[in-house]
Design a binder for this molecule. Structure first.
Ligand SMILES: [Fe+2]
Length: 661
């Protein structure tokens, strides 16, 4: 209560302050700042003091009531409640791993926004986040859970609040961004949660997006339109500004091209060599965003082996999305394909960065990508603004490595005789499509869907009725879709159907059976394709890079020829562990190129799971049955004896395995 009274007196004495506001604490005091210790607290009261030319706080004070809901203890505040759009800069340092933060747009000590950093894992860290505090109750607006540690020197932190946009930069790098209408104006502050060595210096509040004068990015860069002789580089700045792209075969850039004044920048470099790595940088004002991890590879020749990653439906839960992206970037893919629903509502500007461009930033800056637009993009113009894709950007065809890719917009008309259908018909029959070793079609809505969390949806009837017959007629190899938030794989009349909708949005669960679909997991995941002209090693991984599904398209022709003397055309060589309680590995050998299936039956002969279906070719192979991931049609698999059967052509081998839970 003592501090509340003091605060009221202090506010009354402060006249309206114009911006800019500066306090370097070089006068030895922190006059004009008001201290609030948030009761009930422990290890307090606070001890704010100017020492060594900066403002310090040296007690471990923390608020004990709802500690992990509030993460607070003490705060100092200054400024004027009329301040609206501004950039709040602080240099800070801490040797304690608990919380320090910045308060902005504060109406009073209990109503404000806050940027809070907690490093200590024992206290829920590491995280850096933007909170909204309304009458002392906190709501998280944006969260970054990347590992971070306090350096032992001062770093610059900037909060840029313009309109509803709230962004925090650490040393010029965007850490978190949110959009919220609650507070349009207010004071600033500094805060500590259980941090007994907090140091703040050189506080400034500058009108407008002052941070832009030093050339900060809002998003990106991200790579688009891969060509054998070029690449398109895009990024977004917080003000309309000119930019520049630099590039070279090493980090010593040898060329540059200017980007005209814009918010969203799109610069195409050409005249490059095929299948070659280039380093690049994005120039903004006097600074260049560049480094050893800013590079791209130009498109390789059509017959070269390539690697794709494919994911989708990453919308809404950007923390889960980044988890999936973190797994994908370990694969160093040549091309990334997203099957759509990259944002919750394409009409909301902030979501394009918060849900897609920021969580996927470490993939998109090195790997060019294509998106098959989803229904949640809402046909918004932001989609066309943020991405550079061929032709009308919604339906288009391109080649990358041995595969010809046809992207369809299943949100727009695609029934027979529509413009899109006729275009698709021509594309499927084109020389480019038919001569390519592999032909893929990518669209958001699936023809067959087993998972969905509310009854009634089993895929798109119009895709089934009008597009699938075309795919079968023109020998499409794989159709990639999303929309359902799970992983599914199957096959109908020679065309493989895949759903990869586990990029971040809340997962759907198994609802109904399609005889064409035989692999199903409700799991966050992505797909990895290693492709040559002869075969595709197809794998799906969960977000921790555990293999959940694999198969082979085509044949690997460079394996050893079948050797004489092998005991049989197919043989299970081991099952381990056996008995098992979670997953069993089945090692087997085959001596022909005939199709292989690996199935699990219970002792009544009922098929419980099909865990592999491919033509792996002569040699040693393995399959996994993970009973936790492979619940049979939504039901847990009970303990008991099962039979694992590997069938190759008309030969088979069976072993008994025992599940003990
Ligand atoms: Fe969707």
């Amino acid at each position: 209560m003592r501090f509340t009274i003091f605060a009221l007196l202090a506010v009354a004495m402060i006249a309206a302050q114009p911006l800019p506001f500066l306090d370097y604490f070089s006068d030895g005091d922190y006059d004009g700042w008001t201290v609030y210790d948030i009761a009930p607290y422990s290890s307090g009261p606070s001890n704010w003091a100017v020492a060594g030319g900066c403002l310090t706080q040296t007690t471990n004070i923390y608020t004990t009531e709802d500690e992990y809901d509030v993460y607070t203890g003490t705060q100092v505040m200054t400024g004027d409640t009329t301040w609206t759009d501004y950039t709040f800069n602080v240099e800070w340092k801490s040797t304690d791993d608990d919380g320090i933060g910045l308060i902005f747009r504060a109406r009073d000590e209990a109503n404000y926004y806050r940027y809070l950093c907690v490093e200590d894992a024992a206290n829920g860290g590491p995280f850096r986040r933007i909170d909204k505090c309304v009458a002392g109750t906190f709501t998280i607006l944006a969260l970054n859970i990347d590992d971070f540690t306090w350096p032992d020197y001062f770093v610059n932190v900037s909060v840029c609040c313009i309109g509803e946009s709230l962004k925090v930069f650490d040393s010029g790098t965007l850490i978190v961004a949110a959009s919220d209408p609650t507070y349009s104006h207010g004071k600033i502050g500094l805060t500590c949660y259980a941090d007994d060595d907090a140091n703040f210096d050189n506080v400034s509040v500058l009108p407008g997006a002052a941070i832009d004068t030093t050339g900060n990015l809002r998003a990106g860069p991200w790579l688009q339109m891969p060509e054998s002789d070029g690449m398109t580089i895009m990024w977004e700045t917080t003000t309309e500004s000119v930019g520049k792209v630099y590039w070279g075969a090493t980090m010593s850039f040898t060329d540059s091209v200017d980007s005209p004044a814009s918010f969203i920048h799109e610069v195409t470099i050409d005249g490059l060599l095929p299948d070659t790595r280039y380093y690049y940088g994005v120039g903004l004002g006097d600074s260049v965003v560049a480094g050893a991890d800013y590079y791209f590879d130009t498109k390789p020749p059509d017959d070269a082996p390539v690697r794709y990653v494919i994911w989708g439906d990453n919308r809404t839960d950007y923390v889960s999305h980044e988890h999936v992206v973190d797994a994908m970037i370990t694969r160093d893919a040549d091309l990334a394909i997203n099957v759509g629903d990259v944002v919750t509502n394409g009409g909301v500007y902030s979501q394009w960065v918060i849900e897609y461009l920021y969580p996927a930033r470490n993939l998109l800056k090195n790997t060019p990508s294509y998106i098959s637009i989803g229904n949640h993009e809402s046909d918004a113009s932001w989609f066309d603004d943020y991405f550079a894709q061929p032709d009308n950007e919604h339906w288009f065809a391109t080649r990358y490595g041995p595969a010809y890719l046809i992207f369809i917009d299943t949100n727009r008309l695609y029934l027979p005789l529509t413009e899109q259908y006729m275009w698709l018909y021509d594309e499927l029959g084109s020389t480019e499509a038919q001569a390519a070793p592999w032909l893929f079609v990518i669209h958001h809505h699936p023809p067959y869907s087993e998972g969905w969390d509310s009854p009634g949806y089993d895929g798109e009837p119009n895709v089934r009725d009008f597009l699938v017959p075309l795919y079968e007629l023109f020998d499409v190899d794989i159709v990639f879709a999303g929309h359902t938030h799970d992983y599914e794989r199957g096959e109908k009349d020679g065309v493989a159907h895949v759903i990869t909708g586990g990029g971040g949005a809340a997962l759907d669960h198994w609802l109904q059976d399609w005889s064409y679909m035989f692999v199903y997991y409700a799991v966050y995941h992505y797909i990895l394709l290693d492709m040559t002209e002869d075969y595709i090693i197809y794998r799906a991984y969960d977000w921790d890079n555990a293999l959940i599904d694999s198969t082979l398209f085509g044949t690997i022709v460079d394996v050893d020829e079948p050797k004489a003397g092998l005991p049989a055309d197919v043989r299970i060589t081991s099952t381990s562990p056996n008995p098992f309680n979670a997953a069993v590995r089945i090692d087997y050998e085959v001596t022909s190129f005939d199709p292989v299936t690996v199935t699990i039956h219970d002792i009544t002969g009922r098929q419980v799971a099909k865990i592999a279906e491919s033509s792996p070719g002569p040699g040693k192979h393995q399959a996994f049955w993970n009973v936790e991931r492979y619940a049979y049609r939504g039901e847990p698999v009970p303990s008991g004896v099962y039979m694992a059967t590997v069938k190759c052509g008309d030969k088979s081998d069976t072993r008994k395995i025992e599940l003990v839970k």
